[in-house]
Design a protein around this ligand. Structure first.
Ligand code: ADP
Length: 319
């Protein structure tokens, strides 16, 4: 293998830049030519491709987002569009492709595999909803961002003795809400994976009020309901003033955490090693602080396990 390429696709996540840097520098330092494809699969079918040098990825390890940009490209599900991508990769003599993204991105890579293109995937999503890997690039950074935001909200919640309902990202996955709930000391967390018991939430607030505690933090993953809906439901049950906060896109942005930079650097390095050793159709993953790899088929057929026993800990620790 002489020439490979790298792209970022789907939702951006802090640490994607560190992964691109790692892929580019690991490749060049091992004698490969490496091309950067901008705007994910959309850039691939448009031929938005350029050769990368060591310095092209300088000064990006600390930046959030992705300097290669990302884009949604729904038409990539079409066979005819995939064939355009294959043609372009062949024109550029690109023999291997590293894709950085979430499960949608891996489906795109699977399609390329079916057309004979060698690909390796790096999991990157703030939702951390990719099975098998303990962590995906971006999760730790987003978690820290959410916890910092909740800390700030808690200051005002305590001062004004209010109940705050904070909406956290996570349409199908409650991992971010669950971990940030535990890390920020929230009173209750609502996630899509677990049926919620509103009665329990309101009686906890009531018990707190009876003891003189006048503020509470409730985290709700956006997939369950909006903070506004949650506030309306709560107001029906309790005569308290609530405030809502929708954290929104601040959760995606910002400097990647140390953990994400290190993970991204390790994943990128491993992805290049795998291509050089003739592996393809595999995702790199982290388990017990060791990097390994697993086939796309396995990743895409499994469901991420969420440790819902953490909810019990949240309930026990919040009084
Ligand atoms: P993520 O990678 O973060 O899950 P998306 O689900 O948006 O994000 O997927 C990223 C891109 O991957 C899509 O815009 C599309 O180009 C490609 N993709 C997603 N699903 C498929 C599929 N079934 N077949 C081919 N390409 C796909």
């Amino acid at each position: 293998m002489k020439r490979i390429a790298v792209l970022t696709s789907g939702g951006d996540a802090p640490g994607m830049n560190a992964a691109v840097r790692s892929v580019v520098r690991s490749s060049i330092n091992r004698g490969l030519e490496v091309y950067g494809i901008s705007y994910g699969y959309l850039g691939l079918i448009r031929g938005d491709i350029k050769k990368m040098s060591l310095s092209d990825v300088g000064d990006i390890i600390q930046r959030g987002g992705t300097s290669l940009h990302s884009a949604r490209c729904p038409e990539f599900k079409d066979e005819s569009v995939q064939e355009i991508a294959v043609k372009i990769l062949k024109e550029y003599h690109i023999e291997g492709l590293v894709v950085i993204g979430g499960d949608g991105t891996f489906r795109g890579a699977t399609a390329l595999e079916n057309h004979g293109i060698k690909t390796i995937a790096i999991p990157a999503t703030i939702d951390n909803d990719i099975p098998i890997t303990e962590s995906s690039i971006g999760f730790d950074s987003a978690l820290n961002t959410v916890i910092e935001a909740v800390d700030r909200i808690r200051d005002t919640a305590t001062s004004h003795e209010r109940t705050f309902i904070i909406e956290v990202m996570g349409r199908d996955s409650g991992m971010l809400a669950l971990y940030s709930g535990l890390g920020s000391g929230a009173e209750s967390v609502l996630i899509p994976e677990e049926p919620y018991d509103f009665e329990k939430i309101t009686s906890k607030i009531k018990r707190g009020m009876e003891r003189g505690k006048a503020h509470s933090i409730i985290l709700v993953a956006e997939g369950v309901m909006s903070a506004e809906e949650c506030s309306k439901l709560l107001s029906k049950e309790l005569d308290i003033e609530t405030r809502i906060s929708v954290l929104g896109h601040i959760q995606r942005g910002g400097r990647p955490s140390a953990k994400d930079r290190i993970l991204a650097s390790r994943f990128g390095h491993e992805a290049v090693t795998l291509l050089l050793n003739d592996y393809s159709g595999e995702m790199v993953y982290l388990k017990n602080n060791t990097i390994s790899h697993v086939s796309y088929d396995t990743v895409l057929s499994e469901k991420k396990e969420l440790d819902t026993s953490l909810i019990e800990i949240i309930n026990e620790l919040s009084i």
